[in-house]
Design a binder for this molecule. Structure first.
Ligand code: ARG
Length: 484
C-alpha cells in the first residue's frame, strides 16, 4: 500500500532517488526509493553463490545457443555473448573478477559484467529465462559434478579398505555385541563390512543423481515462456537426461538437495561409526591398531598422549551434515508453489554438506590406507572373553547333543574356566568331559580363535578363505562401477 500523501517525500526528492538507483538493479525501474543498505546485505547471496559461477556460465551458453538456433536472438548477439562469457570465465578463474554486493547474486554479477563487455547483446541473454529456472539449473549442474567427485572419493576409500582386508584376511580379533567380546572374527572381515556400507552410499548417490539430472531451464519464472524455445536441445548440451516436465515444479523443487543431504548423512553415519571404532581400537585399553602419527596430535599438558583427533573430528562433523538435512526439510515444508526467496537458503547447507563429506572422505582414505593392526593384542583380547563358547556348543550339536543342552553344558564349562582364570581351550579334556561326555580329543581344533573363524566358511562368513574371496568380488564390483 502506498504511504499517505502527507508522509511521502516531496516529488523532487523521490525523483532524485529514483535516478540514483535506476542503474543499480535490473528491476529498480519498479521502485520509488533505493533498497535499504541492510536489506541489500540481507538479501544478497553473492558471498556464497559465486561458487556456482562456472555452471552459471555453462547454462547461459547453452541457453544463448538455443535462442540463436531458434531465431530468438541474432547470430551476432550469440557471438558477442560467447566471446563475453569466455572473458568473464577467465576473469573469475584468475581472481580478477570484481564481485559486487550491489548486483546481489552470481547471476546478476555475471550478466552485468557481460553487458559491460559486449553491450546490447548481453542484455538479450535473459530473454525467455528467469533467475528462478537459472538458479535451479545451476545448483543441479554443480551438485551433479560434486556427486561424481564424491563417488570417486568413495571408490578410493573402498580400495583402501579392500587392500587392508586382503592383507589382513587371517588376522583374528574379537567380534563384539553389546561391546562385549562375542565371537572371533577376522580383521579383514570387519573392514569389509564398511566396504558394503560405502557401496550402498554410492548406489544411493547414483540414484539421487539420476533423479537430479533433469533440466529446469525453460520454466522461466514459473509458467514457462512465450518464446518458441527448444528445451530438449539445452538439456542435451548440458548433459541432462531430459527436462523437468512441469514448470512450477521445475523452479520450486529442491528434493534433489534434500536427497543428497540424506545420502550424505548416511555416508557420514558410516564414517562416524568407523571413526568411533578407530578411537576405541587406538586407545591403550584396546591397543588393536596403530594410527599413523600424521593423523594424531599431542596434548599440551600430558606428554604421553597421542590423541586420535582426525577420527574424533569426523565423528563430530557428522552432526553438521544431519543438521543440514533437517534445515532443508524445514526450508521446504511450508513453501507454496512456486519459487520463493526462501529457496536462496538452500545453498549454504548444501555447500557445507558437500564440503564436510568430501573433507571427511579425503582424510579417511589416507587414514585407512595407513592403519597398522596389532595382531597380537587382537588375539589376546579374543582369548579373554570365552569367544569360542559358541564353537564348543556347535561341536556338541554335531555330536548329537540338542542345542539347548549343549548351551547349558558349555555355560557350566565357562564358569569353571572363569573360576580358574583360564580360557576354554586351556581346560583339560577330562574337565570338559565332566560337563559333556561327548567331547573328544578333536575339540581343541575348534576352540582356538583360528579354528573358530576357519569353520565359518560360507559366503558372508568370517573364514580367511571367505574374506579372500570377498576381496576378489569387491575388486570386481569396483571395476564394474568404474566402467559403468
Ligand atoms: N539468488 C537467488 C536464489 O538463490 C536467485 C533467484 C532469485 N529469484 C528471484 N525471483 N528473486 O534463489
Amino acid at each position: 500500500m502506498a504511504p499517505p500523501a502527507s508522509k511521502r517525500p516531496p516529488r523532487a526528492r523521490r525523483n532524485k532517488k529514483r535516478r540514483a538507483t535506476a542503474s543499480a538493479k535490473p528491476w529498480s525501474g519498479r521502485f520509488a526509493e533505493p533498497v535499504d543498505e541492510l536489506v541489500k546485505r540481507f538479501t544478497a547471496s553473492v558471498s556464497f553463490d559465486r561458487r556456482l559461477a562456472p555452471y552459471d556460465i555453462d547454462g547461459s551458453l547453452a541457453h544463448a545457443r538455443m535462442l540463436a538456433a531458434r531465431g530468438i536472438i541474432a547470430r551476432s548477439d550469440l557471438d558477442a555473448i560467447e566471446r563475453g562469457l569466455a572473458k568473464v570465465r577467465r576473469e573469475i578463474e584468475s581472481g580478477t573478477f570484481e564481485w559486487s554486493l550491489e548486483a546481489e547474486d552470481v547471476h546478476l554479477n555475471i550478466e552485468r559484467r557481460l553487458t559491460a563487455l559486449v553491450g546490447e547483446a548481453g542484455k538479450r541473454l535473459h530473454t525467455a529465462r528467469s533467475r528462478n529456472d537459472q538458479v535451479a539449473t545451476d545448483i543441479r549442474l554443480w551438485l551433479r559434478a560434486e556427486i561424481d567427485a564424491i563417488d570417486r572419493q568413495l571408490a578410493t576409500l573402498e580400495r583402501a579398505l579392500i587392500d587392508q582386508a586382503g592383507r589382513h584376511a587371517a588376522v583374528v580379533m574379537p567380534g563384539f555385541t553389546h561391546l562385549q567380546v562375542a565371537q572371533p572374527v577376522t580383521f579383514g572381515h570387519h573392514l569389509l563390512a564398511y566396504f558394503e556400507m560405502f557401496e550402498r552410499d554410492r548406489d544411493r548417490l547414483a540414484d539421487c543423481r539420476r533423479r537430479l539430472n533433469r533440466l529446469p531451464l525453460g520454466a522461466a519464472a514459473l509458467a514457462g515462456t512465450t518464446f518458441p524455445i527448444d528445451r530438449a536441445r539445452v538439456a542435451r548440451e548440458l548433459g541432462f537426461d531430459g527436462v523437468c516436465e512441469n514448470s512450477l515444479d521445475a523452479v520450486s523443487d529442491r528434493d534433489f538437495a534434500i536427497e543428497f543431504c540424506a545420502c550424505a548423512s548416511l555416508a557420514m553415519v558410516h564414517l562416524s561409526r568407523l571413526a568411533e571404532e578407530l578411537v576405541l581400537w587406538a586407545s591403550p585399553r584396546f591397543g588393536f591398531v596403530h594410527l599413523p602419527d600424521r593423523f594424531c596430535t599431542g596434548s599440551s599438558i600430558m606428554p604421553q598422549k597421542r590423541n586420535p583427533d582426525v577420527p574424533e573430528l569426523v565423528r563430530g562433523k557428522s552432526g553438521r551434515v544431519f543438521g543440514h538435512l533437517v534445515a532443508l526439510l524445514t526450508l521446504m515444508k511450508a513453501q507454496p508453489l512456486a519459487y520463493n526467496k526462501d529457496n536462496q537458503e538452500d545453498k549454504e547447507p548444501l555447500f557445507d554438506a558437500v564440503d564436510t563429506l568430501k573433507d571427511s572422505l579425503a582424510v579417511f582414505a589416507d587414514l585407512v590406507a595407513g592403519l597398522e593392526p596389532l595382531p597380537q593384542a587382537m588375539r589376546e583380547a579374543t582369548l579373554q572373553g570365552f569367544s569360542t563358547a559358541t564353537d564348543l556348543a556347535d561341536y556338541l550339536v554335531r555330536k548329537g547333543v540338542p542345542f539347548r543342552d549343549a548351551h547349558e553344558a558349555v555355560a557350566r564349562a565357562v564358569r569353571e574356566a572363569e573360576a580358574s582364570g583360564r580360557d576354554l581351550s586351556a581346560l583339560p579334556l577330562k574337565a570338559l568331559q565332566r560337563h559333556a561326555p561327548q567331547v573328544g580329543r578333536d575339540v581343541y581344533r575348534f576352540l582356538t580363535p583360528e579354528g573358530s573363524v576357519a569353520s565359518r566358511n560360507h559366503i558372508g562368513g568370517t573364514a580367511p578363505a571367505q574374506v579372500r574371496a570377498a576381496v576378489r568380488r569387491a575388486r570386481a564390483r569396483l571395476g564394474a562401477k568404474r566402467k559403468a
